[in-house]
Design a protein around this ligand. Structure first.
Ligand code: PXG
Length: 460
């Protein structure tokens, strides 16, 4: 009893410090202060633990990133060794170090063919900002300075810095900072479940891809620099494109000489069942952005991978490239990322995501389709979504004011599961190390929480 009391006091102390002094990302602070922040103190395998000792199965791998699970000694040791040997040195002024050189080489082996040069940043947002600068610089070097407009998609998420947020098509992100910046344009996305109406998914895939062609023709191909997109749109609601979508996008980008920058921040490192979403969907990108699963979130690090079309121009520019962060290729982050990729390879986690583990997860996810509230489940590899709807047949959603997804998520937290709600789309993206027994637990808890929300609103 005394112990429980001490724990609660400690939790309250942290909550008070936090409420007084911490500005959180994507948070309404009066609400948070009233509720008290959830304090997470440790994690192991696929489980996280809060300051009251409550265990939750982490169906979101942190924020779509902890591929190898929590508490891997290999990563901790690699970080510790680097901290002892070379806690910091920069990669400016004709300098490198073994950690970043070896990570670059390793990335060239696992990324899609042709992507073999890498620029390092510290977050997915910085990676995308850097990519925007690379795109502009490329067309300047090519003596086509008018080719500057970048097209991306509604519901796309590419981060929060000024350029990355401008790329993002989640419009709620824009007004607070007067975004998007000039030169950023958005087109429809292949959200068949939400917007496909009576069209077949394949027809809808072609239609939404042709929206890119229409926009290029409207703006003039001479003015369009690049198209930027996630293979599967993550934060926008786990939008999985119909099979017809990416081949058509490849064709259009090539036809109009528009660079294709693929944002692999969520899809990379085995999430979709192959190393990259580009491998899963046959995307022929000129450039790609990686973060999250690159280090399984153990260290902040991102990488922009560059193919020969852009790389050969940049590497032969004959002048200094005026860009780079103090921590580009930080030795500790690079060491941990390298150890992370080695664990992915040693434990065959990508193969498992595309094989036994992924198949089992998708089978169990699909078993939720018999629930009266579930309109659709969808997924690939170890990523999945559950649509909570009012009408299964017509795909009609609940009134937004009912906050069904948010309320379902609260049931999840209360019952020991972390599941993300994007509107009424519930999303799962567990660590790739998850076992079949843990998948049973995860999907069992998901069903329980969907039952609870059904009960709340009188559906049986
Ligand atoms: N691109 C994509 C595709 C992302 O998903 C970023 C870039 C930006 O990465 P950084 O490291 O700057 O955050 C992301 C990030 C959510 C959620 O709730 C998703 C992200 C970040 C935070 C929350 O779904 N994705």
């Amino acid at each position: 009893m005394a112990d429980t009391l001490a724990k609660s006091n400690q939790t309250k102390r942290w909550q008070e410090m936090d409420a007084a002094h911490h500005l959180h990302p994507f948070t309404q602070h009066d609400e948070l202060a009233a509720m008290g922040a959830r304090v997470i103190t440790k994690a192991k395998g696929v489980y996280i633990y809060d300051s009251e000792g409550k265990r939750l199965i982490d169906g979101m791998a942190g924020l779509w990133c902890v591929q190898v699970g929590y508490g891997r000694e290999e990563l901790a040791e690699a970080g510790y060794k680097a901290l002892q040997e070379l806690p910091f040195y920069n990669t400016f002024f004709q300098t490198t170090h073994p950690y970043v050189a070896e990570l670059s080489q390793k990335l060239s082996e696992v990324t899609p063919k042709g992507i073999d040069r890498f620029f390092f940043a510290n977050s997915g947002s910085e990676g995308n900002d850097s990519a925007v600068k690379i795109i502009r610089y490329y067309w300047n070097l090519k003596k086509q300075p008018k080719k500057k407009i970048i097209i991306s998609r509604e519901k796309g998420y590419h981060g929060v810095t000024m350029a990355a947020a401008s790329l993002s098509g989640l419009t709620s992100m824009h007004p607070q900072a007067d975004l998007p910046l000039p030169g950023f344009v958005h087109i429809v996305c292949p959200d068949w479940y939400g917007q496909g109406g009576t069209m077949s998914p394949d027809d809808f895939g072609i239609k939404t891809a042709r929206a890119l062609e229409d926009k290029i023709l409207e703006l003039g191909a001479d003015n369009v620099a690049a198209f930027v997109a996630e293979p599967i749109q993550g934060a926008g609601g786990l939008i999985i494109p119909p099979a017809t979508y990416w081949p058509e996008i490849n064709r259009i980008c090539k036809k109009y000489d528009v660079l294709l920058h693929v944002d692999e921040v969520i899809c990379g490192f085995g999430r979709t069942g192959k190393w990259f979403g580009s491998d899963t969907y046959g995307i022929e990108g000129d450039m790609m952005n990686m973060a999250k699963g690159l280090s399984s979130g153990y260290q902040p690090i991102a990488a922009v991978g560059i193919g020969p079309k852009i790389g050969d121009v940049l590497f032969n520019a004959g002048e200094e490239w005026s860009h780079g962060f103090t921590y580009s290729g930080h030795p500790v982050a690079a060491a941990v990322a390298l150890a992370n990729i080695e664990v992915l390879q040693k434990d065959k986690l990508v193969e498992k995501s595309g094989g036994t583990t992924g198949d089992y997860f998708q089978k169990k996810l699909a078993s939720l389709n018999d629930h009266p509230l579930v309109g659709e489940t969808r997924g690939t590899g170890l990523i999945g979504a559950i649509e909570l709807v009012k009408n299964k047949r017509t795909r009609e959603r609940f009134d937004e004011a009912m906050n069904i997804g948010y309320r379902c998520r609260l049931h999840c937290f209360a019952n020991g599961l972390v599941m993300r709600a994007i509107g009424d789309t519930m999303v799962l993206s567990p660590p790739l190390v998850i076992t079949e027994a843990e998948i049973d637990e995860l999907i069992g808890l998901a069903r329980l929480c969907i039952d609870l929300i059904a009960k709340d609103i009188g559906v049986s």
